[in-house]
Design a protein around this ligand. Structure first.
Ligand code: GDP
Length: 138
């Protein structure tokens, strides 16, 4: 089990001014920030990041949304990071998310769901490497 996960605060949340509150909830929940950047993805970069979803019907919408404004990308550390972070953010569809979770509080639709959290240790490593060089993390 790895103690690291990868997150993005998505364009819906950054544009509504939720970045600070979301980061605060993440840190208050015991995660340590090991790398962070504020970045505006191009459609090509967003498409590459979500390549695994290429065949899904919402892929085009997802790529357009994720390149519509700036995001905050970060590597987070905590025991059991991947699973604990998925619990903290809640279900993909905020309507199904538990009370108090980040998506329940800040998401507005199934697509515009405020935050990303890696779904496995393997993907956490792949996604972290997509955004950060070894000089940008500690
Ligand atoms: P996650 O692991 O909870 O982020 O969910 P998935 O891996 O299934 O989907 C990746 C992302 O695609 C989600 O976080 C949403 O932003 C988006 N997404 C998932 N399902 C839908 C959908 O039905 N419609 C749209 N527009 N976006 C979706």
């Amino acid at each position: 089990m790895s103690n690291r996960t990868f997150t993005m605060i998505k364009p819906d949340a950054t544009s509504k001014g939720y970045t600070g509150a979301i980061l605060d909830q993440i840190i208050q929940s015991g995660f340590k920030v090991k790398a962070m950047k504020w970045i505006h993805l191009t459609p090509s970069q967003a498409g590459q990041f979500y390549e695994v979803h290429k065949e899904r019907p919402f892929y085009g919408e997802l790529v357009e949304f994720m390149s519509s404004g700036p995001i905050v990308a970060a590597i987070l550390e905590k025991d059991n990071a991947v699973a604990d972070f998925r619990t903290l953010i809640g279900a993909t569809n905020f309507k199904d998310a538990a009370e108090g979770t980040i998506r329940k509080k800040y998401a507005s639709s199934i697509g515009e769901n405020a935050v990303h959290g890696s779904d496995s240790d393997e993907n956490a490593a792949i996604e972290s490497n997509f955004f950060f060089s070894n000089f940008e993390r500690f």
